[in-house]
Design a binder for this molecule. Structure first.
Ligand SMILES: NC(=O)c1ccc[n+]([C@@H]2O[C@H](COP(=O)([O-])OP(=O)(O)OC[C@H]3O[C@@H](n4cnc5c(N)ncnc54)[C@H](OP(=O)(O)O)[C@@H]3O)[C@@H](O)[C@H]2O)c1
Length: 337
């Protein structure tokens, strides 16, 4: 008999804010790779806000999970058994796998990782999907020019922290919204943001922006939505660009929120608002990875991961995204080498 394997499955669809009842840890046999597949010992797995959408039985850009399906996402780990010529046992790879001790990955859909270039968790954050989202979302959609003011919400998270730093590398004034004093200090003291606003301590976001972005906002990179976005819309400059990357403030809503409509505020500035999906940039991933990798190697781009240890704690790590427990990229440490 093969070794055992633990795997998280979706136990029930949450309504509103999810809790641990939505997840069940099942124990079974270690899976066996077929031709062209790799058996990977998962070292770290990624928990991401978009997974909330997959837990809902509704059309979304990411296919919904069925109750009983394994929870899945980006993982990084070590090949322990290879049925592909492309990889050998002992190689490290990243790809889409199960929240599990062991995961079977299609060799044609993984990317090699080099643990001597960056720590493994970085391949789930700055050198993974969140870093690439920041790169294309800011540079392609936001299209910032030196001297412009860039505001980013969810600024101390995986995507936001990279957005702000790339904007600084492009000569912009950068302002972040984040949910704690510790996050605000990290942004301004370590990452070089010009200003950061702890939105949990401030009542009037517009007044805070009057101080932090005195020349108005040219690019808004929105990870969050809700009242922060309402306030930023009132500060947009002529020809402003808004990159709508995420709306985490609404992911647990059961109905579409209504309220004061903000679209008139886009008229005078002739602002452009564009949604973005990272999958659309797949043909250019290599370009982003090279650039992000060289900034990390030169020390121009800092990264941080919050590690929750233990596969058994994966649901808590996921739920923590909605209460802002993470600084930088949230990952789960599954196994030690
Ligand atoms: N479009 C795409 O292709 C794409 C790709 C990747 C990610 N995304 C989106 O980008 C956003 C950021 O993703 P990420 O992986 O970098 O996550 P993250 O920012 O690392 O984690 C989520 C953060 O959101 C903040 N947050 C949670 N609830 C909030 C609320 N009600 N109001 C304001 N802030 C709230 C929390 O920080 P605070 O302490 O600051 O509250 C939390 O740390 C998400 O909306 C995600 O869905 C989109």
């Amino acid at each position: 008999m093969r070794d055992s394997n633990r795997e998280w499955i979706l136990a029930e669809r949450p309504e509103g804010e999810p809790d641990t009842d939505s997840f069940e840890l099942r124990e079974g046999e270690r899976p066996e790779p077929r031709h062209g597949e790799l058996l990977v010992r998962v070292r770290y797995l990624s928990v991401d806000p978009y997974m909330r959408g997959r837990m809902r039985d509704a059309e979304s850009y990411a296919e919904p999970w069925s109750v009983g399906d394994p929870m899945q996402g980006a993982v990084v780990g070590e090949v322990v058994e290879s049925k592909s010529d492309a990889y050998d046992a002992g190689d490290h790879v990243t790809g889409n796998g199960a929240w599990a001790d062991y995961s079977v990955l299609d060799a044609s859909e993984v990317a090699p990782v080099d643990p001597s270039v960056a720590d493994l968790p970085a391949y789930l954050g700055v050198l993974g999907m969140p870093g690439r989202t920041a790169y294309f979302g800011l540079l392609d959609v936001g299209d910032p020019s030196p001297g412009e003011t860039v505001v980013v919400s969810g600024a101390a998270g995986a995507v936001g922290s990279v957005v702000g730093q790339i904007a600084k590398l492009n000569g912009c004034r950068v302002v972040g919204f984040a949910g704690s004093d510790e996050k605000v200090s990290w942004l301004t003291d370590d990452l070089g943001f010009d200003a950061a606003i702890n939105y949990k301590q401030v009542d009037d976001y517009r007044a805070a922006l009057d101080d932090a972005a005195p020349d108005g906002v040219d690019v808004y990179f929105d990870n969050v939505g809700g009242p922060i976005t309402d306030a930023v819309f009132t500060k947009l400059n002529l020809d402003a660009r808004v990159a709508v990357c995420g709306q985490i403030a609404h992911y647990n809503d059961e109905s579409v929120p209504t309220g004061p409509r903000k679209l008139p505020q886009l008229i005078a500035p002739r602002a452009k608002v564009q949604g973005l999906l990272i999958g659309d940039y797949a043909t250019r991933f290599e370009q982003a990875s090279e650039r992000l990798g060289s900034w990390v190697a030169s020390g121009d781009l800092e990264h941080r991961e919050t590690v929750v240890d233990g596969l058994e704690n994966a649901p808590d790590a996921f739920l923590g995204l909605f209460s802002g427990d993470n600084i930088g990229k949230q990952v789960v440490g599954v196994s030690e080498p």
